[in-house]
Design a protein around this ligand. Structure first.
Ligand code: SF4
Length: 93
């Protein structure tokens, strides 16, 4: 799937700050927005493990995977929605 045909929601946006699992605060519009509804024209994709070249999804466990850049054995467990703003190993896929 490419970035152009992927459907994004507010929780994928760099401007979104989560309040709880269902809603968050938009720093552009200065208001609460639902986590899983369609984005606006100001959308900026946030760095997350699911968009990183180093992330490999677990084929059997949904919403789980590993970081291939991890130096530990076994490799560091990651999940697709993990925000990677501070990760030094993040590589935009
Ligand atoms: S900028 Fe748009 S897409 Fe991003 S959180 Fe705000 S309303 Fe949602």
């Amino acid at each position: 799937m490419t970035m152009s045909d992927e459907k994004y929601v507010h929780k994928d946006c760099r401007n979104y700050a989560p309040i709880d699992v269902r809603k968050g605060f938009c720093h552009v519009h200065k208001k609460e927005v639902p986590a899983d509804t369609e984005v606006c024209a100001k959308f900026e994709r946030a760095p997350k493990c699911r968009y990183c070249k180093n992330f490999t999804a677990d084929q059997e466990k949904i919403e789980l995977g590993v970081c291939e850049a991890s130096m530990s054995t076994p490799k560091f467990v990651a999940y697709p929605d993990m925000v990677a703003v501070t990760c030094e190993m993040y590589k935009e896929a």
